[in-house]
Design a protein around this ligand. Structure first.
Ligand code: CO
Length: 470
């Protein structure tokens, strides 16, 4: 009888990052995480994704928390589990390109404060934009995972993905992630894609999908059968909808098969019990909207990632324009086509999303053009997958010329200048990075922090307990 080769699937849990970013606009506080860290640390996850993405911005903007403190707290608690973060390559955790000295310093500090695995991606899959991050991660002894932003268009073929994977391997990455932000990767396409990548590269392959379109669990099943090594899941209270498939469900799916993860349902149940009240609270307060909780098959039509959906809902609610929801959704693929078919992921998702919002709410397409739309069309984020038409170039940037070099090659070192500007607020090395990425918000946060520390303004203390509605 032929021996069955065991190939246990590894699990990355996203509840401390992507899951709450996708379902409750990244509002989970560190204090909600602390009591369960010890239990989560015993589960045996391959890694816990807990930092980066929008968590940094949300910490200083809404939660009035120091993101570096959060990272150190998590590091202290997770003694056996690898901590993973999401980094937007040359954009770091902000929304523009930063000079190489910033990228190097940020990676150095992330690893020094406790990160083991850095998942790096570029919204346009322009690999020139991830090289500095890979090199810095390797230099600091971290694991550099490069994510390919998965999207659909005439140029995003199997051959394109295999070629991209090959280049990533040559660039020195340790693993590859297929990052399916919008739930576009359907099960049988996952079989083909994972098979193609496995035939092309030797690196471990991780699948990252969102449940938005309802297929992600099946996609993982087919992907793992085809050779995927690691899957991203979220503990059930913050799973599905625009988040990831539920950890417990995937663990049960593979139980007793060659892919059995070996994780204990009892321990997972304890973790879920901790987060369930937070889900209930989020629903009661409206922070978790039913628009992001169910299956939205229109995601397949509009190719909108989870985080973008919850942002869009929040923007439209604020302006009392919820009735325009589907109009904006319909406009998104049109703007995407105009802008050269970028995958929709931060920051391109915000750029395309905001432009689509303006096109609809303004009553006329491109009557109002955002600064970011101009930068994207100009080439300041890198090369778009498809060349943008002359007509659109003219409409968006007029007579200005597109740039074709790696955008960061045009940037001078900027760390020193930032340091000079924010010196008076600095209480730790890392503050300069916080400031450089979010100057305005960081300043307000530093002022708040200062007031908290000196307790000169008691009215500010209330802010800590304030519920921030979306
Ligand atoms: Co995601």
């Amino acid at each position: 009888m032929a021996e069955v080769v065991k190939r246990p699937v590894l699990i990355t849990d996203t509840i401390l990052r992507d899951a709450h970013q996708s379902l409750i606009a990244t509002r989970m506080k560190t204090e909600s995480m602390i009591p369960i860290i010890e239990t989560m640390d015993q589960v045996g996850y391959h890694s816990v994704e807990c930092w980066g993405g929008a968590t940094f911005d949300s910490c200083i903007r809404f939660l009035k928390e120091d993101p570096w403190d959060r990272l150190r707290t998590l590091r202290k608690g997770f003694k056996n589990t690898k901590l993973q973060m999401l980094l937007r390559g040359q954009n770091l955790l902000g929304y523009r390109h930063y000079a190489d000295d910033m990228v190097e310093y940020f990676v150095q500090k992330s690893i020094a404060n406790g990160i083991d695995i850095i998942r790096i991606f570029d919204a346009l899959n322009d690999l020139r934009n991830v090289q500095t991050s890979i090199d810095a991660t390797k230099k600091e002894g971290g694991h550099a995972q490069i994510a390919i932003s998965y999207t659909l268009s005439a140029v995003h073929t199997l051959e394109f993905y295999a070629k991209t994977a090959k280049r990533i391997e040559e660039m020195g990455a340790d693993s590859i992630c297929i990052k399916d932000m919008a739930g576009l990767l359907v099960p049988y396409a996952a079989t083909e894609l994972v098979t193609a990548l496995k035939e092309t590269v030797k690196l471990p392959i991780q699948l990252h999908a969102h449940y938005t379109s309802g297929v992600a669990g099946m996609t993982y099943l087919k992907g793992v059968e085809a050779g995927a090594d690691i899957i991203d899941t979220a503990m059930s209270p913050f799973s599905m909808g625009s988040s990831q498939p539920a950890t417990e469900v995937m663990v049960e799916t593979f139980k007793g098969t060659p892919y059995d993860s070996g994780l204990s349902q009892e321990l997972l149940a304890e973790v879920a019990d901790h987060f369930r009240p937070l889900r209930d609270e989020s629903i009661a307060s409206g922070l978790m909207n039913d628009k992001v909780m169910g299956v939205d098959i229109k995601a397949l039509l509009y190719q909108v990632p989870g985080g973008m959906l919850s942002n869009l809902v929040s923007q439209l609610q604020k302006q009392n324009q919820m009735s325009k929801y589907y109009d904006v959704l319909k406009e998104i693929p049109k703007v995407r086509a105009d802008f050269g078919f970028p995958p929709l992921v931060t920051p391109s998702s915000q750029i395309v999303g905001s432009q689509a919002l303006f096109n609809i709410l303004g009553g006329e397409r491109y009557k109002m053009i955002t600064k970011e739309s101009k930068a994207l069309v100009k080439g300041e984020y890198g090369t778009t997958p498809v060349q943008i038409s002359q007509e659109i170039i003219k409409k968006i940037i007029g007579d200005e010329k597109q740039i074709t070099c790696r955008p960061a090659d045009l940037l001078k070192p900027e760390l020193k200048a930032n340091e000079a500007e924010m010196k008076r607020f600095q209480i730790q090395d890392e503050d300069v990075l916080t400031y450089a990425m979010f100057p305005q918000v960081a300043r307000e946060f530093f002022e708040y922090r200062e007031a908290q520390m000196t307790k000169i303004d008691p009215s500010l203390a209330d802010k800590e307990n304030k519920v921030y509605p979306v």
